[in-house]
Design a protein around this ligand. Structure first.
Ligand code: HEM
Length: 209
């Protein structure tokens, strides 16, 4: 899963080099918030219950999504260097981690409700419907975020992964509609708009004439 690439962008193709990608370390770091959520829930179940776990897992899913989307504009803004090259190679890991937190967030919600009738009833409201739709768009992106899919789908891979943009809009609308205080969600919507605005402007500036 990851945003599309254009022009002089490094292709999202298979990662063939075995260089110092530090992938296991990256995944350890990506897993830390989840372990922290699990730890707090286990150790202080009264103070930190379903509500906190749903909120924190949703926050991490959204932050990792923003991080995934920020890779392309960052690379276009500061150019190719070892850091942006590494980020481009690992962008799919950030996207998959975002999906993993979103999936965990959904599982916690389902466990809290513990009733299919209740889940179906609540899914009709715009606040949760946007969450379900975002998750539905995340699934094909996460499933195809591997080298085999990149090779098999060829150009269609890029087209498919453009679904990340409507998915991101749905995620932040979902946040604004579910949050107790929507101000934080609005701030994140502004960050999303800045990232996407920068990407579009930089891609336009660097297009071949
Ligand atoms: C891509 C999928 C999703 C992402 C990235 C996501 C992310 C988020 C975020 C960022 C919040 C706001 C947390 C806060 O207030 O700080 C949230 C809230 C919430 N989400 Fe999701 N969500 C997703 C899908 C879902 C789905 C499928 C459900 C289940 C129907 C769901 C149920 C909820 C609930 C109940 C809240 C309110 C939590 C609370 O304030 O207590 N979300 N979500």
């Amino acid at each position: 899963m990851g945003s599309s690439s254009q022009g002089s962008e490094i292709r999202p193709g298979p990662v063939t080099k075995r260089g110092p990608s530090a992938r296991p370390l990256l995944w350890l770091i990506l897993a830390l918030p989840g372990l922290w959520i699990g730890w707090r829930w286990t150790m202080t179940p009264d103070a930190y219950g379903f509500g906190h776990a749903v909120k924190d897992s949703g926050d991490w899913a959204a932050w990792l999504l923003l991080g995934t989307l920020a890779v392309t504009p960052l690379r276009l803004a500061i150019g190719t260097n070892p850091f942006t090259r590494w980020l481009l190679l690992r962008r799919r890991d950030l996207g998959v981690a975002s999906f993993a937190y979103a999936a965990g967030h959904t599982v916690i919600y389902l466990a809290d409700k513990a009733s299919l009738a209740k889940v179906v009833e609540e899914a009709g409201g715009a606040d949760l419907l946007t969450g379900w739709l975002a998750l539905a768009l995340f699934v094909p992106l996460a499933v195809t975020s591997n080298d085999v899919s990149v090779r098999r789908l060829k150009r269609a891979w890029k087209r498919l992964h453009r679904l990340v943009y409507p998915a991101a809009v749905l995620v932040f609308v979902h946040w604004a509609l579910t949050a107790f205080d929507p101000f934080v969600a609005y701030a994140h919507i502004a960050i999303l708009a800045a990232i996407e605005g920068a990407r579009i402007a930089l891609q336009y500036r660097q297009r071949p004439i």
